[in-house]
Design a protein around this ligand. Structure first.
Ligand code: 13P
Ligand code: ZN
Ligand code: NA
Length: 283
């Protein structure tokens, strides 16, 4: 059965590795990352954004994730990514999500803290993890669009006050990564991660995982990042594999055939991320 991500992430921070959190949009993508985690014996976080909840329905996502969790030998959590709507958070918790993100990063500090605190209170009663964001992660994720010049790094002292005020069990501080693929390399502020980690003992979350070079991922993890979100890269390999099938055979019409290489590609990408996060063998 699905577990809360809080203990998975606390164990990760305490032991210097990070749990891969993969945004899935189809059953095959979900199965692919579960197979990867199982093969690597790594704890796993399945994620869906608000757009995917609206596309597939929370109940369908929960039943697929529950089925995976029942069959798997590794712990699996199901997380709602970047949600700005309180009602949808409640709905997903009722449906069986074991972790939720309240993204109120577009609001001033006090409002962000107040909204987060409200979510923490209802989630705590349900044994569900909560993640909040401070600063603003750049790039595009669903309907949340943050231009490069609007991206904002999190302030370490605000991080400390925020965690104290809200009791939030996991925190995503913006430290220079962005959603989507980078033009060039990300400009990660490692000193800032270190400062935040020194003031805040909850597990930290690294957004914008696609496209970060391995060395930089490892450095982030060594400094206290205990969860990394990966969305764009697995979406691209999944879609590219399907495109390759149709390029070769435009008349293919059997999803049981054209989904096979797509699923394989997602599994391979997930295994790579799990290896760089150091979570293999930690289940
Ligand atoms: P990427 O799309 O860069 O992998 O970012 C994922 C993410 O942060 C989802 O919340
Ligand atoms: Zn994100
Ligand atoms: Na990215």
């Amino acid at each position: 059965t699905l577990v809360s991500s809080t203990p998975l992430l606390q164990a990760a921070r305490a032991n210097g590795y990070a749990v891969g959190a993969f945004n899935v949009h189809t059953l095959e993508m979900l199965q692919a990352v579960v197979e990867a985690a199982e093969e690597a014996q790594a704890p796993l976080i399945l994620q869906s954004t608000v757009g995917t909840v609206k596309h597939l329905g929370a109940e369908y996502i929960v039943s697929a994730a529950e089925t995976a969790a029942k069959r798997a030998s590794v712990p699996i959590a199901l997380h709602l990514d970047h949600c700005t709507e309180f009602d949808l958070i409640v709905q997903c918790i009722r449906a069986g999500y074991t972790s939720v993100m309240i993204d109120a990063s577009m609001f001033p500090f006090q409002e962000n803290a107040a909204m987060t605190k409200r979510v923490v209170e209802i989630a705590r009663a349900a044994g569900v993890n909560v993640e909040a964001e401070l600063g603003k992660v750049g790039g595009v994720e669903d309907d949340i669009v943050v231009a490069e010049n609007e991206a904002l790094m999190a302030d370490p002292d605000e991080c400390r006050r925020f965690v104290e005020m809200t009791g939030v069990p996991t925190l995503a501080p913006a430290i220079g990564t962005a959603h989507g693929i980078y033009k060039g390399e990300p400009k990660i502020d490692f000193n800032r991660i270190q400062a935040i980690a020194g003031l805040v003992d909850v597990p930290l979350v690294l957004h914008g995982g696609s496209g970060i070079p391995e060395e930089q991922v490892k450095r982030c993890v060594s400094l206290g990042m205990a969860k990394m979100n990966i969305a764009t890269e697995i979406r691209i390999v999944f879609s590219d594999a399907i495109k390759a099938v149709f390029a070769q055979n435009p008349d293919e019409n059997d999803p049981r055939k054209y989904m096979v290489p797509a699923k394989k590609a997602v599994k391979a990408a997930a295994l790579e991320k799990i290896a760089m996060l150091g979570s293999a063998g930690r289940a």
